[in-house]
Structure formats: C-alpha cells, structure tokens
Design a protein around this ligand. Structure first.
Ligand SMILES: Nc1ncnc2c1ncn2[C@@H]1O[C@H](COP(=O)(O)OP(=O)(O)OP(=O)(O)O)[C@@H](O)[C@H]1O
Ligand SMILES: O=C(CO)[C@H](O)[C@H](O)COP(=O)(O)O
Length: 408
C-alpha cells in the first residue's frame, strides 16, 4: 500500500484542484503534486496552497466499482448491503470531518462523487446550474484521483459538505481493496468509466422515486408534498440529459417499477424489480432461474412459499438492452416471511454464494433495511455477492500472471 511521507496543511475552501503526477512504474516511488486551482474561495480569494504527497506504490490491487443513481434512490442502502457481504460495518474516516461523505470498512472504501462538485451551493445558484450538470463537477480531478487510487496511491480528496453546501478541506483516502465510487456521474466521463472493473445503475422509475421521496422527505424531513414534486420536476431535465443515459454503460442495472400484479397501482408499495445483467463481461456470469438461456416464468407461491395478495411472480430470460445481450431476472411482489426466501434462492444459479442460503442469511441479518422483502433487497444482495466474486477473480488472475511472469 502507498505510504504518505509529506502532506502540507490545507487551508482552503471551495477549491478546484489541478494535478500533475510523475508516471513511474508501480514499484517505484511516486510523487503526486496537486495545486489548488483558479476558483475563488468563499471569501473571494483564489487559494493556491500547494500540497505534496509522496507515495511508494505497493502490490495491492484496488478493484473499482461504480454505482450510479439519482439522489434518494437507495445508494446508501445498497452500500450497506454490499459492505455487509464483505463483513464488518462501514464508518466515516476516524477523527475526520464529521460531515465526510466517505465510508470505510476493512475491505471497502465508498467515496461519494458529490465530493467532486466544482461549484458549491451558492456557485450553482449564481450560475443557474444544478448539481447534475457536468459543469458543476470536476471530472478531471475525479479521473486523476480514481486512477491514482487504482494505481495504489493515496489522494487528498475534497469534501462537499451537504450541511453547509460548501467545499470543505480535503480528506486523505488510502487505496482500499475495493473502491466504490457512488453518485450521480460514475459512468459519465469515459476516462472514469474506463477505470471501472464493474458498474451498476439503480434505475428507479418516476412513480417509485416519487413514492420513496414522499416517504422520506415528507415523513422524516417534514417537506411538503408540493416542494417534493417541485424538486423532482426541477431536476428532471438534467436527470434525463446527464444521469439516466449512463445506464447504457452499466454491467448491471436494477430497475424498480410499479407492480403489474395489481392493475393501476399507484401506491408504489409493491414493486416489480428487474435485474438486467450484461452478457460477456469479464468475471461476471449472470444469474439465472432454473435453466440458463431459457425464458422462464414462475409463481413460487404454494406449499413452500407463503404469499398473501397479490403474490409473487418471478421470471428470467435473455433480452436486448441498448443493443447489448443481457439476461433479465425479474421479481414482482413481496415475501410475507423472509426466511422462506431460501426457497427462491435454492432455484437460482450463478449466485456466487459461499454457502447454501447465504442470500437469505444476508437479508435476514438486515431485515430492517428498506426493500428486504422484495426484489430490491434480493437483487442488491446478489450484486453484492457478485462484486465479492469479481474481486476474488481479479486478484486470482493477477496472482496467476505474476507467478507466470516470475517463472518466465
Ligand atoms: N428498496 C427500497 N424499498 C423501499 N424504499 C426504499 C428502498 N431503498 C430506498 N428506499 C427509500 O428511499 C430513501 C433513500 O434511500 P437511500 O438513503 O438508500 O438513498 P440514497 O440514494 O443514498 O439517497 P441520498 O443520495 O439522498 O443520500 C430511504 O429512506 C427509503 O425511504
Ligand atoms: O443530487 C445530489 C447528490 O446527492 C445533491 O442534490 C447534490 O449533491 C447537491 O447537494 P445539496 O442539495 O446538499 O447542495
């Protein structure tokens, strides 16, 4: 792992970073030199404090995962499920900024791409742009820093403070085993996209997004129905232009729609969830139901699975998505008894579990997380297991190639 030998104190707010880095080999000492950029600080002064990190890159391989979704679409819940698959809880950096958006566990570091907002709340208001607009984000720095972490080099990443709406002084991020970059734009910039070993898009339909927003922002945060509607409407053009198109690049998409089991259901409580898995991705074999490649429709309710109205319907089969071949696993409805999920789990293949019933165990362990009784919880857990599997495969293939080159 990279070691930090020098770091100057940082005393700026609201900065844009530019960087230059020597391109030395992986085992040599590496020097990263970042200078703060031209943008004026909150007090109107341009900050130019330079800082230097000297690192020696180690042998650790950092696997990079991208998770894209709009705000309030279940990223945090998904991250909690993912971290749990690797064991241990994710916490903010110890002793750091209490408003940090980063979560660190033994294996994973999750960084929130909101930290690469180049315009703070006031700046966006002045320029009349939303946070979804690429002009409000620093993709050069995002690329430089994700690349550095992937190369085993620590970085000083800025922090966007959601409490104050300002850019806070940066925090040190060391290269983890698994780096998850989550937020609005992990697949927007092709340079960042190319760094991803696996990518996921959470595609929440407008109806469901609205229902979740009402549940959270009205019940928990005291917002009015009108203000929730207005905020969704205000974001929509930029969401459609810059966020939604990223799903075409994702290796897996979790699509969340209203149920089809109840005609004209607008409540958004029963969900139809589709796990769209791209074929031909290295280290990733799509999950299937009963028979690989066949189109299957299954109503598992009966002797082994308790279903109250409107029941559960699963289906699976090949489809085309943005011109790619995919396998789609779909679940409509919800479980009455969570432990009976084992019945469904035992009919799925390629789920990358380490033992029989691991999915059911994970869901039961976190039954309080939203979506544990429907396809969102099931598919998020499956993708968590897949990411663990991808990580182990990447490490194994790296070790194999090292052994082979040592022998040659
Ligand atoms: N699978 C789910 N089923 C039902 N409700 C859900 C589900 N996932 C998320 N929600 C609802 O959406 C809200 C936001 O979820 P979460 O905090 O995971 O999203 P987020 O994308 O991290 O949000 P933000 O970016 O705003 O922090 C939750 O409080 C919950 O009300
Ligand atoms: O879309 C978002 C991602 O979470 C936020 O709206 C964006 O980061 C701006 O944050 P804030 O509203 O706290 O200024």
């Amino acid at each position: 792992m990279a070691t930090i030998s020098t770091a100057k104190p940082l005393n700026y707010t609201n900065s844009v970073f530019s960087s230059s880095r020597t391109s030395l080999g992986r085992h040599q000492e590496q020097v990263i030199f970042f200078t703060t950029g031209k943008q004026a600080s909150k007090r109107g002064k341009a900050s130019t404090t330079p800082w230097l990190i000297t690192c020696s890159a180690g042998d650790q391989q950092t696997v990079v995962i991208g998770l894209a979704a709009d705000s309030g679409c279940g990223k945090s819940t998904f991250m909690r499920r993912l971290t749990s698959v690797f064991g241990g809880a994710a916490k903010p950096p110890r002793g750091g900024n209490p408003d940090s958006n980063t979560l660190i566990s033994d294996t994973t570091t999750v960084i929130c791409l909101d930290d690469y907002h180049s315009l703070d709340r006031t700046g966006r208001k002045e320029k009349g742009v939303t946070a979804l607009d690429p002009r409000a984000n620093d993709f050069d720095l995002m690329y430089e820093q994700v690349k550095a972490l992937k190369d085993g080099i620590a970085v000083e990443k800025p922090i966007y403070n959601h409490v104050t709406g300002l850019l806070d002084p940066p925090e040190l991020i060391k290269p983890p085993k698994i780096l998850v970059i989550e937020g609005l734009h992990p697949m927007y910039d092709s340079r960042v996209r190319d760094l991803l070993d696996f990518s996921i898009y959470l595609d929440i339909s407008n109806e469901v997004k609205f229902a979740w927003k009402i549940q959270r922002d009205m019940a928990e945060r005291g917002h009015s129905l009108e203000s929730i509607k207005a905020s969704i409407e205000a974001r929509k053009p930029d969401f459609d232009a810059y966020i939604d198109p990223q799903k075409q690049f994702a290796d897996a998409v979790i699509e969340v729609l209203p149920t089809r089991l109840i005609p004209n259901d607008y409540e958004g409580k029963i969900l139809r969830v589709r796990l769209i898995m791209r074929e031909g991705i290295e280290h990733f074999n799509p999950v299937y139901l009963f028979d690989e490649g066949s189109t299957i429709s299954w109503i598992p309710c009966g002797r082994k699975l308790t279903c109250s109205y409107p029941g559960i319907r699963l289906s699976c089969g090949p489809e085309t998505y943005f011109g790619h071949e995919v396998t789609v696993l779909e679940m409509d409805g919800q479980f009455d008894k969570l432990d009976e999920l084992i019945y469904v789990e035992s009919h799925l293949s390629n789920i990358s579990t380490k033992f029989y019933g691991e999915i059911t165990q994970q869901i039961l362990e976190h039954s309080e997380f939203p979506g544990s009784n429907n396809g969102t919880g099931l598919f998020q857990t499956i993708i968590g297991l897949k990411i663990r599997d991808i990580y182990h495969q990447i490490i194994a293939s790296k070790q194999l190639s090292q052994t082979q080159s040592a022998k040659a």
